[in-house]
Ligand binder design. Structure first.
Ligand SMILES: [Zn+2]
Ligand SMILES: [Zn+2]
Length: 328
């Protein structure tokens, strides 16, 4: 009798396990299928949307490759640059919205930005635009030679796009670091790079406030050359240029906002001249060109923070001083 009960008990348990297993498998499969279907639906729709947008861009230039690669790239970058920087320009000139003022890195410097300063900025920036156009045009034969894809049929997938932009950013970061170091050689500094360093407390437009020689060798050429070497589709190059424009404007903005990548590193370069030459800080670390920065309060603040309190208040100057004196 006891034996029979034991068997029925085991069978009942096995049945329970089986039911739980079947229900579990069905549920997991259902959730998996739903997610896959949603992703496929979203990506399928958006890929059609992106194809349509890109086709209309190609059509806008009448299918003319030169116009698309040269005029298109220059015009698109200029549009992104002026649209994005106009937000910072408004903030710097009007000192509004007031609640964002507290996120200034060098408090009170170039604040508010005057019309005279704006005129000076525009005259230098506009004077290097013919050089920017010339570089974009000069790259066209190289892009043809490299067989840079631009067709709708060859549009990159999202992972490919992410890989293209990451590799291009790393390569451009390297080119920028070494050309920037070269510009700090006394021969080049006094002739060219001194212009960019007129701003010890930068504002976003100073990202391209430079002598045309510097703009060409350190900004324009690395930007396009890196994407050509990586072999990016033209769409990847355009999106990379959006990333680069936003990143360099933020780096020069003079603000350190919550949830946004820190601008402390390049701001420190403008403040001290001989520190923090690169974009990511990796090469500065390797070459020891960030040693003074590592000891400074700005280095402690150089991170993304997630509170409404400015990081300059969370990590005030005196805290760093007391930390430094403890080290001594
Ligand atoms: Zn700069
Ligand atoms: Zn410099």
């Amino acid at each position: 009798m006891a034996h029979k009960i034991k068997i029925s008990f085991i069978l009942a348990n096995l049945l329970h396990v089986f039911i739980i297993y079947v229900v579990g498998v069905v549920l997991i499969q259902a959730v998996k299928n739903t997610i896959e279907w949603q992703v496929e639906k979203a990506w399928g729709n958006s890929s059609v949307l992106w194809s349509d947008i890109w086709q209309s861009v190609i059509d806008f230039f009448g299918g003319n490759q030169f116009m698309l690669f040269a005029a298109g790239t220059y015009g698109f970058t200029a549009l992104v640059f002026w649209s994005y920087n106009s937000i910072y320009l408004f903030m710097d000139m009007t000192e509004r919205p007031k609640f964002l003022r507290k996120y200034k890195i060098q408090e009170g410097k170039n604040s508010p930005l005057t019309f005279d300063q704006l005129k000076k900025l525009l005259s230098v920036i506009l004077s290097s635009q013919p050089h920017a156009m010339a570089v974009t045009i000069a790259f066209f034969p190289l892009q043809q030679l490299r067989g840079v894809p631009y067709n709708v049929e060859e549009l990159p997938s999202v992972p490919q796009l992410a890989l293209d932009i990451t590799l291009t950013a790393l390569l451009q970061g390297g080119m920028f670091y070494y050309t920037h170091r070269l510009l700090h050689h006394p021969y080049f500094y006094k002739r060219y790079h001194k212009v960019h360093h007129e701003w010890t407390a930068p504002v976003s437009l100073t990202a391209v406030y430079a002598h045309p020689f510097e703009s060409v060798i350190s900004n324009y050429i690395p930007l396009v050359l890196a994407s050509v070497i990586i072999g990016c589709h033209l769409v990847s190059t355009w999106l990379w240029l959006v990333v680069a424009v936003i990143q360099t404007a933020n780096d020069h903005s003079g603000y350190h906002f919550p949830f946004v990548l820190s601008a402390e590193f390049h701001d420190y370069h403008h403040l001290k001249f001989n520190q923090c030459y690169g974009v990511f800080g990796i090469l500065d670390h390797i070459h020891g060109t960030d040693l003074q920065f590592q000891e400074a309060v700005q280095s402690t603040r150089h991170r993304v923070f997630y509170s409404a309190t400015p990081i300059s208040k969370t990590i005030p100057d005196r805290m760093n001083r007391s930390r430094a004196s403890k080290k001594d």
